[in-house]
Design a protein around this ligand. Structure first.
Ligand code: O2Y
Ligand code: MN
Length: 582
């Protein structure tokens, strides 16, 4: 056998998929131009107005292929119990038998792109190499934005076999023949039948979360569904935080928040908006990198009001997927600014008129280089990462969770994360008004048994001599008539400010059964017109709601049986006792 392990693997998959051409992508700008030209010729891409949006393109996915498909996503570990009760599992043998026929000859008449990429900053001890082969020019162009792709990755890999191979083919795009398969023991991904987002850009959810979480457990680090931001205080010190929220809770907006307290000296710096890789540093602190190089942000609702930094970022070198376009070739979506212009082409490419269905798909997206974003931290690509002072968990809860509370310690914080849940909205793909339990926002992304995952969090905590403080936030608490009580968006910086004060041992709090809740006067509310009654409601611990929450958590935890660490049960019992006793 000749060639490097990578060359041998590429030969192997080419023998199966039988492409007409093989293109090894080098990551150069010239190559990007070639990819877009190819995409324009085959109508995968449409050029947007180059004067207003230079270097920007529109892509329309197949109408049946518009979101991640959790029910078609499998962990193919050798033993079912290692995937755990919250993942779909298929044996590696069955997975291969089912999908090999779908890959056989799938690239006949097509080009196979070989995409070597790095997740993590170049030269960082955190970083990992992946290689995706794909027959989608859209995937090739998107992976150039989302990862460090090409020559840099080949240089880092050399002749090593230490890479995550990812085989992707569009197949016939039929949902009946769509599979997103993860083989964690082989650190391999196979994806067929989808050309969209998390199903097809294999560096993102597949590698950086599902496979990486398995690797992190073996190697002693954490791969998490978390944004990373830095809050600069008036002294110029920057406090870094990592925050996990389920999908559709505003992670990207928080990561890029524009601070209304800027005149006091509080400013937010963006490190990442979706994924964090976290390691215990030699100083006993937790250090984090964002493994991605771009954002795959949701378009509807993004505007100058909700996320001005993102609106600035997407003005160049961006791929828009499934948005509408105006007559002038500008991208458009619901919530961008008022009502739609009279004349639009909708996400399917049809003429749209006011009053008809949504013009942009609700899960329409932009793929944008992180370096375009004005709020990027000067440290976002630091090889050693940034030191994390606070971890924030959160969800969309109408009643049960107050605006913010702090856990008593690391073990209690892990329990807070393990008990996370979110109530679904019309914007989410799940049924409306249902509480979906989503520990650490990792339910769809943890590549192994979540009982073992909680144990891994506890083990990592035991190695931290200076652990981050752990908090829970809820921007979505509602009043009697269902209205949101907290203004959210940029005003969330007031909660971040309190969090940083707590980290410094300064912010005031009341001890409650669930943790430390801000005293009424300890949040900076200057300039907001929130009544004392509203604040009281926002910070209230609703005993009845917590009784019910305890019962729902118990039911959820029971499914892990022996794999659930005793510490989680201890914390559950302690919370029950505190609620009963006080
Ligand atoms: O539907 C998709 O493929 C995208 S989902 C997504 C995209 C960017 C960041 N996070 C998510 C998510 O579902 O958590
Ligand atoms: Mn996400």
């Amino acid at each position: 056998m000749s060639g490097t392990p990578l060359e041998r693997w590429v030969d192997e998959v080419a023998a199966i998929t039988q492409p007409d051409r093989i293109v090894w992508c080098d990551g150069s700008d010239e190559e990007a131009q070639r990819l877009y030209e190819q995409g324009l010729a085959e109508k995968t891409f449409y050029r947007l107005n180059q004067k207003a949006y230079p270097g920007c393109h529109l892509h329309r996915s197949h109408p049946s292929d518009v979101a991640r498909t959790e029910h078609l996503t499998f962990i193919c570990s050798r033993r079912q119990e290692d995937a755990g009760p919250t993942n779909n599992w298929m044996s590696p043998e069955e997975a291969r038998a089912k999908t090999l026929p779908l890959f056989r000859g799938a690239m006949r008449g097509r080009t196979m792109y070989v995409l070597p990429y790095i997740m993590g900053p170049v030269g960082s001890p955190f970083s990992k190499v992946g290689v995706e082969v794909t027959d989608s020019v859209y995937v090739a162009a998107s992976m150039r934005i989302m990862t460090r792709l090409g020559k840099v990755a080949l240089e880092q890999l050399g002749s090593s076999e230490d890479f995550c191979p990812g085989l992707h083919s569009l197949g016939d795009l039929s949902p009946e023949r769509r599979f997103i398969l993860h083989f964690p023991e082989e650190r391999t991904i196979w994806s067929v039948g989808s050309g969209y987002g998390g199903n097809a850009l294999l560096g993102k959810k597949c590698f950086s979360l599902r496979i990486a979480s398995w690797m992190g457990r073996q190697e002693g680090w954490l791969a998490e569904h978390m944004l990373i931001l830095g809050l600069e205080d008036p002294s110029g010190q920057v406090w870094y935080m990592a925050a996990a929220f389920p999908s559709a809770c505003g992670k990207t907006n928080l990561a890029m928040l524009v601070s209304p307290l800027a005149d006091q000296g509080y400013r937010v710096w963006t490190v990442g908006d979706d994924i964090a890789w976290l390691r215990v540093g030699p100083d006993g602190r937790l250090w984090a990198v964002n493994p991605e190089a771009g954002f795959f942000g949701v378009a509807p609702g993004t505007s100058d009001r909700t996320n001005p930094n993102m609106m600035a970022a997407i003005r160049r070198s961006t791929i828009f997927t499934n948005v509408a376009i105006t007559q002038d070739g500008l991208p458009w979506w619901e919530g961008i600014n008022g009502t739609g212009p009279d004349s639009l082409i909708d996400w399917r490419g049809n003429r749209w008129s006011p009053g008809s269905d949504k013009a942009a798909h609700p899960n329409s997206r932009f793929t944008v280089p992180a370096r375009n974003c004005p709020s990027m931290s000067p440290h976002w690509e630091d090889p050693q990462g940034v030191p994390i002072s606070a971890i924030i968990f959160g969800g969309r809860r109408a009643r049960v969770a107050p605006l913010v509370y702090q856990s008593f310690d690391w073990q209690h914080g892990v329990f807070v994360g393990a008990g996370m849940a979110s109530e679904t909205t019309a914007a989410a793909i799940h049924a409306v008004g249902v509480t979906r339990r989503d520990p650490m926002a990792m339910l769809p992304f943890c590549g192994y048994n979540m009982g073992d995952y909680f144990a891994h969090w506890l083990r990592v905590g035991a190695r931290l001599s200076q652990p981050p403080a752990i908090f829970h936030v809820n921007w979505f608490r509602t009043g009697e008539s269902g209205q949101f009580l907290w203004p959210g968006f940029g005003e969330n910086v007031r909660v971040l400010k309190w969090i940083v004060e707590r980290v410094q041992g300064k912010g005031e709090a009341t001890e409650t059964p669930i943790g430390f809740v801000p005293t009424p006067g300890s949040l900076d509310l200057e300039g907001l017109s929130l009544s004392p009654e509203t604040m009281e409601e926002l910070l209230r611990v609703d005993r009845d709601a917590w009784e019910q929450e305890l019962a729902e958590q118990k039911q959820f935890f029971e499914q892990f049986g022996e794999r659930l660490p005793q510490e989680i049960w201890q914390e559950h019992a302690a919370l029950a006792a505190r609620l009963g006793a006080s």
